[in-house]
Design a protein around this ligand. Structure first.
Ligand SMILES: C[S@@+](CC[C@H](N)C(=O)[O-])C[C@H]1O[C@@H](n2cnc3c(N)ncnc32)[C@H](O)[C@@H]1O
Length: 251
């Protein structure tokens, strides 16, 4: 599955649709506002946000990956209020204080320096501007198995060797406060999966397990038994992610 297909699938899933709707509500968009979608991916949410700010508003999507920005540009070709930029969240190609709103949706978990990214988001927001973030906390990944130690070893491998900022979710309020933001709202969401095949589309446990075996983080035979047990079911996996809304000081 390509990265774009993966993101589309995640957005269309039950948990994906629910938290994206909540993220959108927290942004408090209205006609005429400007918004930066930092790490916009293939532009999944740009059309919906464009319709909320209307023809007098501005939606700016930015992503470091040219394949993503190309796809976002294609999806927004008929939306004149949307601009797309290829760029890095650590050094945004925008002036100070020009956006009313900004958002990151599962982006800060990947960046090299979340504190620098937050400083940049603060710089480009107007005084009083809102930033809304949705980020996971992969330490909370709980996969039920008779082999509990293997489930734990898997989560440890994911957090230490796969996702760069694996526990960014819980860190958002502290990092945002350090960047000078005021915290407006922070709430957890739990993504629950009870079907192995559906969960694989999002969690990709088979794929990550193959890496873990290769890195000798888990044993091949035990991992095969563990995976077979997950596939046979009954299946339960869950993790927590956080929705955090913060505000740039008024002046
Ligand atoms: C998990 S995807 C989420 C995409 C989109 N926000 C969504 O909800 O579908 C993370 C995105 O962040 C982008 N990204 C990662 N590091 C970045 C950086 N330093 N600057 C800009 N974009 C970045 C990736 O290219 C990718 O498109």
């Amino acid at each position: 599955m390509s990265d774009i297909a993966y993101l589309d699938h995640a957005a269309a899933s039950g948990p994906g649709r629910a938290y994206k709707q909540d993220l959108l509500s927290l942004l408090e968009l209205r006609p005429g506002l400007s918004l930066l979608d930092a790490g916009c991916g293939p532009g999944t949410d740009l059309p919906e946000m464009a319709s909320q700010v209307g023809p007098d508003g501005r939606i700016t999507g930015l992503d470091a990956d040219p394949v993503m920005t190309a796809e976002a540009r294609r999806r927004c070709a008929n939306l004149p209020q949307v601009d797309l930029f290829e760029g890095d969240l650590h050094a945004l190609p925008f002036g100070r204080g020009i956006f009313d709103r900004a958002r990151t949706d599962r982006v800060l978990q990947h960046v090299a320096d979340p504190a620098q990214a937050l400083a940049e988001l603060r710089r480009v927001l107007k005084p009083g501007g809102l930033l809304v973030m949705a980020e996971p906390d992969w330490d909370t990944l709980a996969i039920d198995s008779a082999d509990l130690e293997l489930s734990r070893a898997y989560t440890r491998y994911l957090t230490s060797s796969v996702v760069r900022n694996a526990v960014i979710g819980r860190q958002l309020p502290r990092l945002a406060a350090q960047a000078g933001f005021q915290i407006r709202a922070c709430s957890p969401r739990v993504a629950l999966f009870t079907d192995f095949t559906a969960a694989e589309q999002i969690l990709r446990v088979r794929h990550v397990s193959a890496r873990a075996i290769n890195d000798e983080a888990i044993g091949a035979e035990a991992a095969q038994r563990w995976l077979q047990g997950l596939a046979d079911g009954p299946y339960l996996a869950s993790f927590t992610f956080y929705l955090v809304a913060v505000q740039a000081p008024l002046g």
